[in-house]
Structures are given as C-alpha cells and as structure tokens.
Design a protein around this ligand. Structure first.
Ligand SMILES: CC(C)(COP(=O)(O)OP(=O)(O)OC[C@H]1O[C@@H](n2cnc3c(N)ncnc32)[C@H](O)[C@@H]1OP(=O)(O)O)[C@@H](O)C(=O)NCCC(=O)NCCS
Length: 309
C-alpha cells in the first residue's frame, strides 16, 4: 500500500510537542530542553511556522521557519530563519526532509520574506535548495585578566530593560545583520536564547547604564552572545570581559567579529578562524544588487548569537 504523506504547518500545541520529541530523537547531542525553548517558548512563532511531514498519521520530519527582521544599510528587511530540520533516524533517506524543506521555502516566499538564513554543519545538504555558505570570523580572546569593577553589575530585567533595549538599537541600527527587536521579540528571546543570567552584565556610570554584555559558559570558554554600548566601545567591552573573567575564573573568550564590528571595537590581540556554518538563500527579485552584495560579502553579517534560532 502506498504511504499517505501530508505536508503542512502544525495546528496545535500537541503537534508542536511531537516535533520537540522528533528533534530530540534526531539530534543526538542536543538536550530536550533546547528544543522546548526554540519550539514551544518562542512567542514570535505561530504553530504553522513549524512545518511537518506526516506519514500514516505520524510526524516523521520537521523544519521550522522563524520570522525575523534584520537591520540592513539603515533600513529593515524581513527574512525567514530555518531551524530544527529533522527526520526520525528510522525514516531517513526517503527524501522526507527535502519535501519539508521545499514546503518551508514556499511558505517563506508566501510570507514575502526576502531571503532565508540557517546554520548547519552539513552545508552540502543545503546546496540542492540553492543555499550559499557565508564565511564569518570566529575570534578567540585569550588570557584576559580578571578585574573587579564597581561600575559593573548584573542586569536587572525590571529596571534595566528599557535602557538596554535603547542601547541595543543605538549600537546596531546602522549595521548589517543584527536583528530589529521589538518588545515582543525581546521578551521571546529572553525565553528562548538560553543565556546564563549571571553573565548578563551592565556597565553603569553615576547615573546611567552605558553598555552591556551577554554571555554563556561553554566548556572552558566564555562565549559572548552580544555586546553593545553608547560610547567608549573598546573600553567598556574590555571592562565587561574582565569582570566576566573575575566572576567566572575563565580567561578565554570567543565571539563572532564581523568587519564592521572590527572597525567599531578596534579590538587588538585576538586569534581569528573562519567559520562556515551560516548559509543564505536569496529569493529571486526581492533584493537590490546592493543588498545582495552586503548580505553575501565576506564576514559582513553581524549576527549576534543570542538571536540564534
Ligand atoms: C539531515 C536530515 C534532516 C535529513 O533527513 P532525510 O529525511 O533523510 O533527508 P533526505 O531524504 O531529503 O536527504 C537525505 C540526504 O541527506 C544526507 N545527509 C543526512 N545527514 C547528513 C550528514 N550529517 N552529512 C551529510 N549528509 C547528510 C544523506 O546522506 C542523504 O543524501 P543522499 O540523498 O545523497 O543519499 C536527517 O539526517 C537528520 O534528522 N539528521 C539529524 C539532524 C540534523 O543534522 N539536521 C540538520 C541540521 S542543519
């Protein structure tokens, strides 16, 4: 008997929960709670953004479309993030993921998105959908000296959110790659990004917060998720990482550093390596030549890890 295949968006919480279980089974090394955060807790998503393939009443394959808006050349542009591409191990190599990916691409086009982004370690798989790899620089800042600084304290969501949101906008709005964040997005992101709240620090002078950093511990390193400030970028950045070092006892840091961030931060003494995990799919006739160039130029996109989907 021929299998009955249906491809569509999720309709309810119960189906989303099944996708969480599917992703947990498909990605061996990623914990269940990661998929709970990115599938169930991201309030920017509607159920139908999670695309599924059903064979004989069982969800066997999924792809998630994350509706996002990026700052680009002083303007804003809508795109779709792709994540959680998964097929149950026993159901692989039947072309199921390919079918759901094609559905997700059509779905993104219907939403009028201009392009799509994803991160992967199996870049070759996405060639057939015409995704291109974007090379970025991942830098290591080693042997940071610990330093206690009385201008630095933990972020307080009730009191600091408004000013941090403004600092983020000020620092990022002329960039290429950072996301435009409205309040709904910020609130969703607090729930899905998986940061360590103790490593969200603000730099405060006598009467105002002037910069902040968000980070997580990963193995024996600190991974910087995002940074922003309103002045003295390098000085505030250095003070914040020295405080993180003082607080955690970890001296080694890692972050993505785009070409524009290099200009802004004027950071010296780091080791840089090329990362090729990010891929882009440009939708025909929806971008100007300048926008295409800006999006695909070497190490041009500044995508903060806290926005990772
Ligand atoms: C990747 C995945 C979704 C493919 O699902 P699927 O339903 O088998 O996909 P398709 O049938 O459309 O395509 C299968 C192809 O993907 C290739 N593929 C799967 N995993 C791969 C990997 N880790 N590296 C390279 N190629 C891979 C298969 O070799 C096969 O190639 P072929 O068509 O030339 O034989 C599935 O293997 C999976 O769930 N993997 C674990 C989760 C994961 O890595 N997701 C992608 C993260 S970006």
């Amino acid at each position: 008997m021929k299998d009955r295949i249906e491809i569509r968006g999720c309709r309810n919480y119960d189906e989303l929960l099944k996708v969480v279980r599917l992703c947990d089974a498909a990605f061996e090394k990623t914990p269940f709670e990661y998929f709970e955060r990115h599938i169930l807790k991201d309030a920017t998503l509607s159920p139908e953004d999670t695309r599924i393939l059903i064979v004989d009443n069982e969800i066997v394959s999924s792809v998630q479309v994350f509706p996002r808006t990026m700052y680009l050349n002083g303007g804003k542009i809508d795109f779709g993030g792709i994540g959680n591409v998964a097929t149950y191990p026993a159901k692989r190599k039947f072309g199921y993921a390919e079918l759901v990916m094609n559905d997700a691409i059509n779905y993104m086009k219907e939403q009028e998105f201009k392009f799509s982004l994803l991160t992967t370690t199996i870049n070759k798989y996405y060639d057939k959908f015409s995704f291109e790899t974007l090379n970025r620089e991942l830098i290591e800042i080693n042997k940071v000296s610990p330093n206690f600084n009385k201008s630095i304290r933990k972020f307080n969501r009730v009191n600091d959110f408004g000013v941090v949101k403004n600092i983020y906008e000020y620092y990022n709005r002329d960039g290429i790659g950072p996301l435009f964040r409205d309040i709904k997005y910020w609130e969703a992101q607090f729930d899905f990004c998986g940061e360590d709240e103790n490593l969200f620090l603000v730099f405060e002078t006598t009467n105002s917060v002037e910069g902040y950093i968000r980070a997580v511990r990963e193995n024996d390193k600190i991974k910087i998720l995002e940074f922003a400030a309103v002045n003295d970028y390098l000085q505030i950045f250095k003070s914040l990482i020295e405080s993180l070092c003082y607080q955690t006892g970890i001296n080694d840091f890692e972050m993505f550093l785009s070409e524009s961030e290099k200009q802004k931060l004027q950071l010296k003494n780091y080791i840089s390596k090329i990362d090729s995990d990010l891929m882009i799919l440009l939708f025909e006739n929806r971008l100007t030549e300048l926008q295409k160039r800006e999006l695909t130029k070497y190490n041009n996109i500044n995508y903060w890890l806290s926005d990772f989907f």
